[in-house]
Each structure stands twice: as C-alpha cells, then as structure tokens.
Design a protein around this ligand. Sequence first.
Ligand code: CMX
Length: 143
Amino acid sequence: MKVTHIEHLGIAVNSIEEALPFYENILGLKCYAVEEVADQKVKTAFLQVGQTKIELLESTDPEGAVGKFIEKRGEGIHHLAFAVEGLADALKEAEEKGIRLIDANPRKGAEGLNIAFLHPKSTIGVLTELCENPNKTSESPCC
Ligand code: CMX
C-alpha cells in the first residue's frame, strides 16, 4: 500500500474545552474546526501541525469507542491515522496479509475523508486508521 504521511493523531480527552488551552496557549497551535461525528459518538476538534493534524476526541456517549476507551485507560493517544492512496485497495491488501479489519469498506469520517480502522489487536496495540481525501488532486501533496 502507499502511505503518504501521518494524516492525524487522535487524542481522547475528557473535555475539548479543557484540553484546548494546552494546545493553543502552550504549543501555540490553532483549533480550526470543531465537529460532532454523531455515528462515532464523539465531538472532535482539529489543529494543524505541518501536514499532520491533532484530532481531539471528546466522547458524547459512554458506550461509544472513545467513551469506553477513557473509562478503561483514561485520556491519551487513541489512534494513529495514515493517509493512503487507494483506500479500498489498501484495505484489501491489509486483509490479505492477515490484518483484522474493523471496517471492511471505506466509510465517511470527520472532515469528509473516507476512512477505515484496523483492529489494535493485529496492529501491535495501536488502533490504526487509514484515510483518503476523496477531493485530493494529483497536485495536492496533502491527504
Ligand atoms: N487503542 C489500543 N487498544 C485499544 C483501543 C485503542 N484505541 N481501544 C480498545 N483497545 C483494546 C482494548 O484495551 C482491548 O484490549 P484487551 O482485550 O487487552 O483489554 C481490545 O482492544 C478490545 O477492546 P474491547 O473493549 O473489547 O472492544 P471495544 O468495544 O472497546 O472496541 C475497538 C475496541 C478498537 C474495536 C473500537 O473502539 C472501534 O471499533 N474503534 C474504531 C472506531 C473509533 O475508534 N471511533 C472513534 C474515533 C472516530 C473519529 O476519529 O472520528
């Protein structure tokens, strides 16, 4: 598969409002979007760092993936997202090589990206997301 860069790092937080001052006032980053992803039971906030983003994830339901993660492990790094070219083929390839897929097919994620998750039990403990920007042009280096 062709990974182009780290698209974002997902960080589970109890409260976006309480987490943002560290990223904005200490690191000097700027939150450029806040979005609720209802089907994932999260509110997200995005900050750009070069070609990569930080995605803060606040649970909106204790039964959602982030709610359960925080309950079990507390706040911290939740997932690592790689930008790939050709997401459907990348998933097929990963599955053929024995990786357990959470999403067998690409689906819509935050910011309009097509995304799919790989199970952390087959990716050495790191919940891994593959994503592709459906609007990417060949001139754009970004996901
Ligand atoms: N990173 C690493 N390991 C994780 C994990 C994470 N984020 N979340 C769960 N696990 C581990 C658990 O600790 C558990 O390990 P042990 O059996 O050793 O204790 C194992 O995975 C299975 O966990 P589980 O509690 O049985 O399963 P869950 O019901 O919590 O589901 C997972 C885990 C990864 C399948 C689920 O969270 C999922 O489908 N995630 C993908 C979707 C997602 O994360 N959405 C939120 C972000 C959305 C966005 O970015 O917009």
